[in-house]
Design a protein around this ligand. Structure first.
Ligand code: NAI
Ligand code: MG
Length: 355
C-alpha cells in the first residue's frame, strides 16, 4: 500500500517538531514492509506571506488536493496578524476539504501525572469531537459606527441541519467503532436561544437512533467544570466549533499540556484529504531554541496512521511515546526535563524500531 502525504511544517516550532514526526513516518515504512509513504513539503506560512503577501499560492489547495493526508505543524508569527495566518491557511484547508470533524484524544499517557492528582490513567481517557466547519466561527458579521461611542460588532453563528447532523452522527459512529458506551453533548440552550435548541433537537433525534449508548446533554459551563471534577464519566464528548475548541484545550491541560496534544481534522468520507496536527501553535517564545516538545506532532502521526487503517502502527507509536515517558530520562523542559526536541524524537524512534 502506498500513501502520499502533503507536509506543511509552517512557522516557529512547526518545522522543529515536524522533523521528528517525519522520522517516525520513515521508521514506520521500514518496520512495516507492506506500506510506503511518499511526501511532498510545502513551505507555506508566515515567511511565505511576508515575501508574497499571501499565506499560500493561489492554487495551493489544488496542489495538495490529491494527496491521501496532510501533516501540519503550526502556523503564526508575531509580524503577521493571527486572523490572517489562521483564516488564510488553516481554515481554507479545513473548509475546502470538508474536514468537518476535529478529533482530539484526551488521554493521560503512561509515565505522566495529571495536574488533577487524584485522577488515574483510566479516569482520563476519552475523545472530544468538535464541529470544524461552521457554528460560531462563521466569518459572517461586521462592525458598524467604528470610532464612535456607538460602535458595535456582530458575529453570526451559523448552524445548518446538514452540518449539525453529520457531526453528531460521526460521534455516534465513532462510539460504536471504539466500543464506547457513553456520549456527552455540549449545549447552552438556556442562553443561546435559537441555535442551541436547534442543536439539542437534532442531538435528541440522533441519540434516539442509538439506544445502546447512554447520552447526556450538559450546558457548556457545567461541562467545563465536570472535565475537572468527574472526567471519568466521559467516553466521547461532542460540541460545536467554539465549545469544542475550548473543551479540547481544557482537555489538553488536564493530561499534561499543550506540547503533547494531537488532533485530526477529518473528512470521514475520504473524498478529500484529512489533516493531522498538534494542537499547539508556533510558540514564538521558544522557537529556534530546539526545546519544543515533539510528542504532539508524533502523536498526530499516530492518529494519521489510524485514519489510514494502520491501527497497529498507530498503537506502536503511542506505546513508544509512553515507554520513553515512563523511563523518564529524556524529556523536554515543558515536562520538567532537560532534553532537546531532537533527543526526544530520536528516543521515541529508537523505541519504535525496537519494540
Ligand atoms: P502556542 O501554542 O504557540 O504557545 C502557548 C504556550 O505553550 C507557549 O508558552 C509555548 O512555548 C508553549 N508550547 C506550545 N507548544 C509547545 C511545545 N510543543 N513544546 C513546549 N512548549 C510548547 O500558542 P500562542 O502562544 O497563543 O500562539 C502563538 C502563535 O501560534 C500565534 O500566532 C497563534 O495564532 C498560533 N497558533 C497556531 C495554531 C495552529 O497552527 N493550529 C494553534 C494555536 C495557535
Ligand atoms: Mg484552540
Amino acid at each position: 500500500k502506498h500513501f502520499s502525504i502533503s507536509v506543511i511544517a509552517g512557522d516557529g516550532i512547526g518545522p522543529e517538531v515536524m522533523r521528528e514526526g517525519l522520522k517516525v513516518v520513515e521508521a514506520a515504512e521500514k518496520l512495516h514492509g507492506g506500506v510506503r509513504f511518499s511526501y511532498e513539503s510545502y513551505g507555506w506560512g508566515c515567511d511565505y506571506y511576508l515575501k508574497n503577501g499571501m499565506m499560500m499560492p493561489k492554487d495551493g489547495l489544488d496542489q495538495i488536493r490529491d494527496s491521501d493526508v496532510i501533516l501540519f505543524g503550526a502556523v503564526g508569527a508575531p509580524e503577521v496578524p493571527d486572523h490572517v495566518s489562521v483564516w488564510e491557511l488553516i481554515l481554507p484547508i479545513r473548509r475546502t476539504f470538508q474536514q468537518y470533524v476535529n478529533l482530539r484524544p484526551v488521554k493521560l499517557l503512561k509515565g505522566l501525572e495529571s495536574p488533577l492528582r487524584h485522577k488515574t490513567h483510566d479516569d482520563l481517557d476519552f475523545l472530544v469531537v468538535r464541529e470544524n466547519t461552521e457554528g460560531e466561527y462563521s466569518n459572517i458579521g461586521g462592525r458598524l459606527h467604528e470610532g464612535t461611542p456607538y460602535e458595535l460588532a456582530i458575529q453570526n453563528n451559523v448552524f445548518t441541519k446538514f452540518g449539525t447532523k453529520r457531526i453528531l452522527e460521526y460521534a455516534y459512529t465513532l462510539a460504536n467503532k471504539k466500543q464506547k458506551k457513553n456520549m456527552t453533548i455540549a449545549t447552552k440552550s438556556n442562553a443561546i436561544n435559537f441555535a442551541m435548541p436547534f442543536w439539542d433537537e437534532i442531538a435528541k433525534e440522533i441519540a434516539g437512533h442509538h439506544p445502546e449508548i447512554e447520552t447526556n446533554i450538559y450546558h457548556i459551563d457545567a461541562l467545563a467544570a465536570y472535565f475537572i471534577s468527574k472526567p471519568e464519566e466521559f467516553d466521547i464528548v461532542v460540541g460545536s466549533n467554539l465549545f469544542g475548541d475550548i473543551l479540547t484545550d481544557l482537555g489538553a491541560a488536564i493530561v499534561g499540556g499543550l506540547g503533547l496534544a494531537p488532533s485530526g481534522n477529518i473528512n470521514p468520507d475520504f473524498h478529500y484529504p484529512s489533516m493531522f496536527e498538534p494542537i499547539h501553535g508556533s510558540a514564538p517564545d521558544i522557537a529556534g531554541k530546539g526545546i519544543a516538545n515533539p510528542i504532539g506532532q508524533i502523536w498526530s502521526v499516530a492518529m494519521m496512521m489510524d485514519h489510514l487503517g494502520l491501527t497497529v502502527l498507530s498503537e506502536l507509536i503511542i506505546q513508544s511515546i509512553e515507554e520513553v515517558l515512563q523511563e523518564g530520562l529524556v524529556r523536554t523542559p515543558d515536562l520538567g526535563g532537560y532534553s532537546s526536541t531532537v533527543e526526544v524524537g530520536e528516543a521515541i524512534v529508537h523505541k519504535f524500531k525496537h519494540l
